[in-house]
Design a protein around this ligand. Structure first.
Ligand SMILES: C[S@@+](CC[C@H](N)C(=O)[O-])C[C@H]1O[C@@H](n2cnc3c(N)ncnc32)[C@H](O)[C@@H]1O
Length: 223
């Protein structure tokens, strides 16, 4: 399958539209199946234990900010930042900083930061991912959990069609086609990090990058 980034309906609906509200709820369900958030949470713990210079986590395309809240609860000493085009949800945890910004315009990619993204990077065209990589050159680590671009992921997505609305059905299929296979992200993000890729059990691919002097890609089996 060739990578193809097409518009997702949820990005075009008003956030208060009932179809958008329902689709965001469906996304919570998809997240439970795919377990990318819990994988990111575990990796943050490992990285922080290994590198005491890490003091900050930045989530790109944070959506409703669930992951940033989990990270702040688990690691209260870290400065946690959510970046998204949309404003923070009402009543959002004031201990997590919310930056309403385009990730390509955001300028807080500093040393000592871990940049994380769950089901977001596939929204970007290849050229935008390269641009993002240039901005992230100084960060300590990168953790991305994204759709795995394979026909099997499309089939798995169809299995939950009866549980989700029309917006989610459309966006799930578009997301898989815009997703990644092994080697895509390291090639787009370039050198300067030690990359490890792994597969989730249900339609997900995960990338962990730690800053280093020499570039390498390591494959892993299902985690
Ligand atoms: C599929 S949602 C994922 C939300 C969240 N990460 C989750 O797993 O529930 C993608 C999010 O990316 C945001 N987004 C899309 N393009 C963006 C950009 N260029 N900069 C910042 N946020 C963006 C959207 O507003 C949306 O909240």
């Amino acid at each position: 399958m060739i990578r193809e980034v097409l518009p997702e309906i949820l990005d075009e609906l008003d956030p208060s539209d009932p179809r958008a509200v329902r689709s965001r709820r469906d996304l919570r369900l998809a997240n439970k199946f795919m377990q990318g958030e819990s994988w990111i949470l575990r990796q943050v713990g490992e990285l922080v234990a290994k590198n005491p210079a890490i003091n900050r986590v930045i989530e790109l395309g944070a959506g409703e900010g669930f992951l940033t809240q989990l990270i702040k609860t688990e690691y209260p000493h870290l400065d946690v930042v959510a970046v998204d085009l949309v404003a923070a949800p009402e009543g959002f945890d004031p201990q997590v900083r919310w930056d309403e910004a385009d990730v390509l315009a955001y300028d807080g990619y500093e040393e000592g930061s871990i940049v994380v993204a769950n089901l977001f990077i596939h929204h970007l065209q290849d050229e935008q991912i390269r641009e993002l990589a240039e901005k992230m050159q100084d960060v300590a680590a990168i953790l991305f959990a994204e759709p795995y671009r394979k026909p099997l992921s499309l089939m798995m997505g169809r299995c939950i069609f009866p549980l989700v609305n029309d917006v989610t059905r459309h966006d799930m299929m578009v997301s898989v086609r815009a997703g990644f296979i092994r080697g895509d992200l390291p090639a787009l993000l370039g050198e300067g990090f030690h990359w490890q890729e792994s597969l989730g059990l249900i339609g997900g691919i995960r990338l962990r990058g730690e800053r280093c002097e020499s570039h390498s890609v390591e494959g892993e089996s299902v985690s």
